[in-house]
Design a protein around this ligand. Structure first.
Ligand SMILES: Nc1ncnc2c1ncn2[C@@H]1O[C@H](COP(=O)(O)OP(=O)(O)OP(=O)(O)O)[C@@H](O)[C@H]1O
Ligand SMILES: [Mg+2]
Length: 246
């Protein structure tokens, strides 16, 4: 299948997704639609519902109503591991690398390659991350000896080791320096340029401006606004919700 026919195809979507926690509306009629090859960022102020949407997409939380589709398959009631088998790669906000294992061993246990896809390009993505994040040369080091940025990079590479089609990252640059954040963004952009669909949940408007094709702004559980980085960052309404002035 050519890249051309592949793009503009919806790879993951939600339809009128709702989720309440007690009286709190964490997702309200969310209709999200991400195309193959997109670099989408989900942003919004504290409590906007970003992590809730992440959890609903990957199946950690079950929606009260609505539908989720991955690669045209309804997955609303599927468990996280079943969605991962369809090609979802997940990076949670907390680090999931095995602390007592080396970089090399962490990578080899992630190397389950369960996806049926163009393996060559998936292998290229994995190799790109390995070399850019300098993980090969440091392979013998234990995860617990790594500085925070390296641990984040290890986790991103661990995801790529399973050849995902969609990568969902929750605040992948949290705790990184400005330079490390910029560098991470540049590597993610190169991975996206190979056709990998990336969805990043992020707080930081600066980072998303740098990487996103399209931004979805969440507010009080709803999609508040959607557009290019320029459109979103110039919007007075978006500035207002960030400053709590709405
Ligand atoms: N498990 C839960 N139980 C009860 N309330 C929850 C739960 N998870 C989220 N909420 C509430 O749902 C709303 C949305 O939370 P969510 O964590 O999705 O926001 P967020 O956009 O990720 O915020 P942050 O930027 O602070 O991480 C908040 O009001 C939050 O307190
Ligand atoms: Mg959150």
């Amino acid at each position: 299948m050519s890249m051309l026919t592949d793009s503009n195809q919806i790879i993951i979507s939600t339809h009128n997704l709702n989720k309440k926690f007690g009286g709190i509306v964490a997702a309200k009629d969310v209709n999200l639609s991400v195309n193959t090859g997109e670099f989408r960022c989900l942003i919004g102020p504290n409590g906007a519902g970003k992590s809730t949407l992440f959890s609903l997409l990957c199946g950690i939380e079950r929606a009260d109503s609505g539908e989720i589709r991955i690669l045209n398959k309804e997955v609303t009631k599927l468990k996280p591991f079943q969605r991962i088998k369809l090609g979802l790669g997940l990076k949670f906000q907390t680090n999931r690398a095995f602390q007592s294992l080396s970089i090399k061993d962490n990578l080899s246990i992630s190397n389950n390659k369960i996806q049926v896809m163009d393996n060559e390009i998936a292998e290229e993505r994995y190799q790109l991350a390995l070399s850019e994040f300098k993980l090969k040369s440091e392979g013998a080091k234990l995860a617990r000896e790594l500085p925070h940025n390296m641990l984040q990079w290890l986790e991103i590479t661990m995801i790529l080791a399973s050849f995902p089609k969609i990568v969902l990252l929750d605040e992948p640059t949290a705790g990184m320096s400005v330079e490390e954040t910029l560098f991470t963004g540049s590597v993610l952009k190169r991975l996206n340029a190979t056709g990998l669909t990336i969805i990043v949940v992020e707080h930081d408007m600066q980072f998303v401006k740098d990487v996103a094709n399209k931004i979805t702004v969440l507010h009080e559980g709803e999609i508040f606004s959607e557009g290019t980085a320029e459109e979103v960052s110039n919007s007075e309404e978006v500035k207002n919700i960030y400053l709590g002035r709405d």
